[in-house]
Design a protein around this ligand. Structure first.
Ligand SMILES: [Zn+2]
Length: 251
């Protein structure tokens, strides 16, 4: 899982990962899980995903092609192609950010409003990919859903969570004219309720931030991911992409 790597970091990361792992698309993983048959998958198969739809992801398109990365980008349907900003990129200290991720969604929104952040405000600069960029990338990149506005779904009331999950799917399908099959739960926060809403909306899988490996027996709505934290440090990338930490966390 990546978010907003710069070009140099991405070049280093893909050069390393392409040498040590075999990239497969998220669609290939889903097909293997659905058919309970992983015989078509290479050893050390790795899916590369990016969350949020950061505008800098566009600069990485030549690298996706160069290193043959069948990448998936999870887009917030209400933020892409606008000048709206991501709330979590506001200048917030760690504790405030942690607090905002733990309170009811309505309280998070009013807390941010009181600090001058309005999620609906259009700014002078883009943080998210534009429609033209997404169109150009969509020939190579699988675009999937990361909700409408990036709330912490487990802090939302039922109707909000359901709407964020279903509306982002239909909005992206309208924009991209392709079926949207996957959702990445923002912040990796989800409960059984979100899994049910995602199933009802017609998704085939959901991605978490639970660290670890996936197999053909993994619940497709609770796919695990490893997070190298967009690091520019090759040693950190080597360790974090190996999943070794998720093995140690068992002990
Ligand atoms: Zn996100």
């Amino acid at each position: 899982m990546f978010h907003d790597m710069d070009f140099k970091t991405a070049e280093m990361s893909f050069a390393y990962l392409s040498k040590h792992y075999n990239f497969i698309s998220l669609e290939e993983l889903i097909a293997a899980i659905q058919n309970t048959d992983g015989s078509n998958l290479p050893k050390k198969a790795m899916v590369i995903t990016f969350d949020d739809g950061h505008i800098r992801n566009y600069e990485l398109l030549p690298l996706f092609k160069k290193y043959k990365v069948p990448v998936t980008i999870f887009l917030c349907s209400g933020i892409i192609d606008t000048f709206k900003h991501y709330w979590f990129l506001e200048d917030l200290d760690k504790n405030t950010l942690r607090h905002l991720k733990s309170i009811p969604n309505e309280e998070r929104i009013s807390f941010l409003k009181a600090r001058g952040f309005d999620a609906e405000e259009e700014h002078s600069d883009r943080q998210a990919l534009s429609a033209d960029q997404i169109d150009e990338m969509a020939a190579w990149v699988s675009m999937q859903s990361h909700t409408v506005s990036h709330p912490i779904l487990s802090n939302c009331v039922d109707a909000e969570s359901k709407w964020e999950i279903a509306e982002s799917k239909s909005a992206l399908e309208k924009k991209l004219k392709k079926p949207i099959k996957a959702i990445a739960y923002p912040n990796g926060s989800f409960t059984k309720r979100e899994v049910n809403f995602a199933r009802e909306a017609g998704y085939q899988c959901g991605l978490t931030v639970k660290p670890g490996f996936n197999s053909i027996r993994t619940d497709p709505f609770e796919l695990k991911r490893l997070d190298p934290n967009d690091t520019s440090n090759i040693n950190e990338l080597i360790v974090k992409s190996s999943g070794i930490q998720s093995i140690f966390s068992f002990f």
